[in-house]
Design a protein around this ligand. Structure first.
Ligand code: G6P
Ligand code: ZN
Length: 542
């Protein structure tokens, strides 16, 4: 085996964001760009000699080439065993599971999640630690530090490894173990959910539609829903992973999953609809004629998880990211379990899950998951919903009505202003930050400001502090406005405005944008969004 030592110099801007390093694909394709970052991951985690690492991703454009480069670098840096999903595929939750099941030292996932794929779209690389979760900030900081000092990397000169089917190969001294990307994950799901009950539900004529959005969950959903649970062929649509996700955004929300929305809101809609994103960690849940927002979904699953075998003993606690609605807090309070508020980003749940403080977690950004892995998990959410529906024998719409009747409804919407000039967006945040101390007691759009601050998180497990995690303004009557800048964009700034308001008595129907009109006006009054963004309305309202 010939190892080449390649001299290189630091490349600016290789700072991992909310979820790894995400850049335009062409940036990643530049000379040394991928190699520098991968070598910095190796350095940042203290070297990889003798270690076992998992490798896979959502199959987007450039992933095949990147996987071969990474394998050759792993071999050259002394990795003992690389466990790779066949075809280079592994959904993010499946990768998390594999790292845990095989007691690997970590894993590299090639994905830019829900961002589009292709030569002119996005690519990403993230490192997950030995617990299966996204690297904590201490590790991403060390990786970033390494990107600023790198002088060389090593790579073996070799033919491409054959990743087409399960089997073992050698690359230099390293074993490349190619595994079925789906099997272990599907087996894990069978331990958590009552597959007999799900089979009976589906066999009884309950109709499901799952939109894989041309992304990685296609093979997983086909195996679980169609093969193991007996749903008719065609239940899974857009089920073949494509490098460009069919030209769309593999982002399961009402805007990008329009086709599924239309199907579920039509007269002859199936009973249950769901979609997942590029790498399979996000989910969207729908019933006939009803869309369940991520924050509500988290609350409903927290209230009902005990109905599934994997959670029959109850939940240790729940956690949500700060901008996620407080609907789950009401459920946790009623159940007498702890509810944690963490910064945006799944990695912040890791310590709470590892310490056994929480069992279920969720984010407004369409992520829900539990302690079964250390990532959010799209298909898991789908199966838990189906398990709840099977036990309760209610429609999704009925479940929602009953939930709101019991806990009240936390109306919720997120307004995104995309590709905003970074300086203007930061200016808006700066100006608002400066006003925070004076806001309590003020009246905005008819509501009194009860509290206003910039969120700082104190991790109760490791004692670390993460500051500057978004501005939150709490208004009387259960209203809340949160503003933060996205940490996952690849161009300009994305301003996110999260709006929430509480209604305690029914009827609960209606359009969230109408129900939140007061909050929308208050947000404009407080932050001057129109002027700073130059937009009359958000680009996306979910
Ligand atoms: C990724 C992370 C999520 C996080 C989301 C926020 O998807 O995995 O945990 O909620 O990014 O993205 P944003 O663009 O709002 O920073
Ligand atoms: Zn994702």
């Amino acid at each position: 085996m010939r190892i080449e030592t390649v001299p290189t110099t630091p490349i600016a801007g290789q700072k991992p964001g909310t979820s790894g390093l995400r850049k335009k694909t062409r940036v990643f394709m530049k000379r040394h760009y991928l190699e520098n970052f991968v070598a910095s991951i190796f350095a940042g985690i203290g070297g990889v000699r003798g270690r076992t690492l998992v490798l896979g991703g959502d199959g987007r454009y450039f992933a095949k080439e990147a996987a071969q480069v990474i394998l050759r670098m792993m071999a050259a840096h002394g990795v003992a065993r690389a466990i790779v999903g066949a075809g280079g595929l592994l959904s993010t939750p499946a990768a998390s599971n594999l790292i845990r099941q095989r007691a690997a030292d970590g894993g590299i996932i090639l994905s830019a999640s829900h961002n589009p794929g292709g030569p002119d779209a996005d690519f990403g690389v993230k490192f997950n630690a030995a617990n299966g979760g996204p690297a904590p900030e201490s590790v991403t900081d060390a990786i970033f530090a390494a990107t600023r000092e790198i002088e060389e990397y090593r790579i073996v000169v070799a033919e491409d490894a054959d990743l087409s089917a399960p089997g073992e190969h050698r690359l230099g001294d390293m074993v490349v173990e190619v595994v079925d990307p789906v099997a272990d994950y599907a087996d894990l799901m069978e331990t958590l959910f009552d597959f007999d009950a799900l089979r009976a539900l589906i066999g009884g004529g309950f109709r499901v539609r799952f939109d894989a959005m041309h992304a990685v969950t296609g093979p997983y959903a086909r195996e679980i829903l169609e093969n193991r649970l007996g749903a008719p062929e065609g239940t899974v649509v857009n089920g073949t992973p494509r490098e460009d996700f069919g030209g769309g955004h593999p982002d399961p929300n009402p805007v990008w999953a329009r086709e599924l929305m239309d199907t579920m809101l039509a007269e002859d809609a199936p009973d249950f609809g769901a979609a997942s994103d590029g790498d399979g960690d996000r989910n969207m849940i729908l019933g006939r004629g009803v869309y369940v927002g991520p924050s509500d979904s988290l609350a409903v699953l927290t209230a009902n998880a005990h109905l599934a075998p994997g959670y029959a003993d109850g939940l240790a606690g729940a956690a949500r990211s700060m901008p996620t609605s407080r609907a789950v807090d009401r459920v946790a309070a009623a159940k007498g379990i702890d509810c944690y508020e963490t910064p945006t980003g799944w990695k912040f749940f890791g310590n709470l899950l590892d310490a056994g403080r929480v069992t279920i977690c969720g984010e407004e950004s369409a992520g829900t998951g539990s302690d079964h892995v250390r990532e959010k998990d799209g298909l898991w959410a789908v199966l838990l919903w189906l398990n709840v529906l099977a036990v309760r024998e209610r429609s999704v719409a009925e479940i929602m009505e009953e939930h709101w009747a019991r806990y009240g409804r936390n109306w919720y919407s997120r307004h995104d202003y995309e590709g905003v000039d970074a300086e203007s967006a930061e200016g808006l945040m700066r100006a608002l930050r400066a006003r925070l101390p004076d806001l309590p007691g003020e009246t905005v759009a008819g509501r009194t400001v009860e509290a206003a601050d910039e969120f700082s998180y104190h991790d109760p497990v490791d004692g670390s502090t993460s500051s500057g995690q978004g501005i939150r303004i709490v208004l009387g009557g259960g209203g809340r406005i949160v503003l933060r800048l996205s940490g996952t964009g690849t161009e300009g700034a994305t301003l996110r405005v999260y709006l929430e308001d509480l209604q305690e008595e029914g009827p609960f129907g209606g359009d969230p944008q109408d129900a939140l009109a007061g909050m929308i006006a208050a947000a404009e009054g407080l932050a001057g969004i129109r002027e700073a963004t130059g937009r009359d309305a958000p680009d996306v309202a979910t």
